[in-house]
Design a protein around this ligand. Sequence first.
Ligand code: AKG
Ligand code: FE2
Length: 304
Amino acid sequence: MESQTQFNNSHHSLPLIDFTTENLNPGSDSWVSASQVVRTALCDHGGFLALYDEVDSEVYDSVYSAMEQLFDLPVETKRKSTTEKPIFSYSGQLSRIPLYESVGIVDPLSVDQCQKFTHIMWPQGNDHFCESVNSYAKKLQGLDHVVKRMLFESYGLENKKLECLLDSTDYVLRGYKYRTPKVGESNLGVAPHSDTAFLTILNQKVEGLEVKLKNGEWFEVGVSSSLYLVMGGDALQVWSNDRIPACEHRVLVNSKIDRYSTGLLSYVNNIMEPQEELVDEKNPLCYKPFDHYGYLRSFSQKKL
Ligand SMILES: O=C(O)CCC(=O)C(=O)O
Ligand SMILES: [Fe+2]
C-alpha cells in the first residue's frame, strides 16, 4: 500500500462529488477541480457518488411509480423483446438470484422509442409511463455527459474525441426490482460483478447497493433522489487502458419492502480500443480493439 494512504481517507469511502449547478459550468475553476476528482475517483475505485439535483421530485416519484406498474405486468409481457441489440431487455427468474428482476428500455432519450416500448407493454397505452421514463432519462443523460466531458478534459483529450464517443453511444434505462427474501432464502440481490457498459448511473429508492472500494471493503450507497452512483464498466476499463477499473458492486436485500432501483447505462455501438493518449511506457497497451456489442453477445446473461 502507498505511504500516503494513511493521510487520505478516500480509500475508506467512495468520494461524493457535487454536480449541483455551480459546478456544471464548463471551464470554471470548480469544474476543473471537479474533473480531477472525477478522474481520481474513477482510477481509484472505478466509480463515485454524484450529488445531482436536476431530477425534481415529481419526475423522480413518477419514474418509480412507473417502474412499479411495469414490474406488476405478467412475466410473459415483460419478456417481449423490444430490441435486436444485445442489450437485454428483460432479465429475471434466474435461479442463482431469484429476488432479482430487471427491464431495459433501449434508447429512452427518444420519445418514439419510449412510445414503442410502452405500446409493447401496454397495447392500450400508458402515457404516464412513457413521459416519466423519457424525462428521467434526459436528466440522467445530462449527468452522463458532464462526467464524460470532465474525464476527457482531465486527460487533455480533444473535444472531437468526446463528440465521436457520444455520437456512437446507445443508452438503456433500466429498472430493477428485488422482492424480499422468503424465510430461509438468501438476501443476495445481485452477486458482485462489474457492468459490461461504458458508464452506469444508478439511483436506488431502497437501500442495498454496495460498492467494493480499492481497499477491498464494501461501501453502502445511501438513498436519496439527488444521490447517484456513477460507475465505470468493462468498456471504460478498455478505453482507459486499465487505468480505470470496472467498478465492482453488489446488492443485498435487507429491507422489509420490495427494493426498486433505476439506472442509465451507456454502450458503445462501435469498435472500442484504448485511447492512444493513455498508452505510454508506464501503461503499455493492454487490449486489442474490440467490438462492444460482439463482447456483449459473447456474454449473454452469464455475467449476472
Ligand atoms: O439494483 C441495483 O442497484 C444494481 C443492479 C445491478 O448492478 C445490475 O443489474 O447490474
Ligand atoms: Fe450492475
